[in-house]
Design a protein. Structure first.
Length: 284
């Protein structure tokens, strides 16, 4: 089992503390840029548009992800609302980031008269890369862990970082772990992202003639939604709706919606059936 309990702070520059979470996010964003630019170039897209687009979308994703996290973990903020906006920050909700970032990305593509779905397929592998790297910020923050476990890869969590349902007894040392270990949900999502990017690139190269613009984005949603649905079963402090974790409901909706669209787009042509939709043209 893993007894390492890292500090969330990587180093300090005078009064400014640099957190591992921010470093992981920045490194993940840089790696995603490299992958997306490669995929965009392979599709003949204008890579020169990517830097500004990523800045705008990344800011939107940060705000949306932060909002989702605050709602999800409201018990941590309800008695101290300033924690929502004042540093140090920790915690971003992926679905919030995807919704906000996706909406801004669509608007940006329309503004620049770009084929949104073609760009979406170039971006999809980058989303997995971002997930694979940025999730390690959760490890340094000692967050995104699940139920107690005796598995060899179980991680120790200090009492000061315990969430509702896994609290230490009153009076415990905040830095103590009490010899307990928990499911590393962040690790499962990180490994899923690493495998996911390889699968999407393999699909793009091996089945290019059979894919339609937007298919890889749909595959991303199905993959991520399925993984998220499963790992949420390991979590105790969920944002719930009538007793059901909200992330599971969103994941189920994402899976069903994306899978339905994918199947409808690729249903076999038959007499009286509809032809598959044409590739999305650039907006003019």
């Amino acid at each position: 089992m893993i007894d390492l309990t890292p500090s969330p702070i990587a180093f300090s520059i005078g009064p400014l503390a640099v957190h591992w979470y921010g470093i992981a996010y920045a490194v993940g964003l840089a790696a995603a840029y490299l992958v997306i630019s490669r995929e965009a170039r392979w599709r003949g897209l204008d890579v020169g548009l990517l830097p500004n687009a990523m800045i705008v979308v990344a800011i939107a994703a940060l705000l949306g992800g932060r909002m989702y996290h605050v709602i999800d973990q409201w018990q941590l903020y309800k008695d101290d609302l300033l924690r929502i906006v004042l540093p140090p920050y920790s915690g971003l909700g992926v679905y919030g980031g995807i919704i906000a970032g996706g909406a801004v990305a669509y608007g940006y593509a329309r503004w620049k008269r770009q084929p949104f779905l073609v760009w979406a397929d170039a971006v999809a592998p980058g989303l997995f890369v971002m997930q694979a790297i940025a999730r390690w910020g959760n490890f340094f923050n000692q967050e995104l862990y699940g139920s107690p476990t005796n598995l060899p890869w179980g991680i120790a969590i200090q009492c000061q970082y315990r969430t509702q349902g896994y609290e230490c007894p009153p009076g415990s040392d905040p830095t103590a772990t009490l010899g307990q270990h928990f499911q590393p949900m962040f690790l499962y999502e990180s490994l899923s992202g690493l495998i996911g990017v390889l699968v999407l690139i393999w699909l793009a190269r091996g089945f290019a003639a059979r894919l339609q613009p937007g298919d890889l984005l749909l595959a991303f949603f199905i993959w991520y939604g399925s993984v998220r649905f499963v790992v949420e079963t390991l979590k105790a402090d969920n944002w719930t709706f009538f007793g059901v974790p909200m992330a599971m409901l969103i994941s189920a909706g994402v899976i069903v919606g994306a899978l339905s669209i994918l199947l409808l787009r690729h249903r076999s042509r038959r007499p009286g059936g509809l032809d598959p939709p044409p590739a999305e043209p650039a907006i003019t």
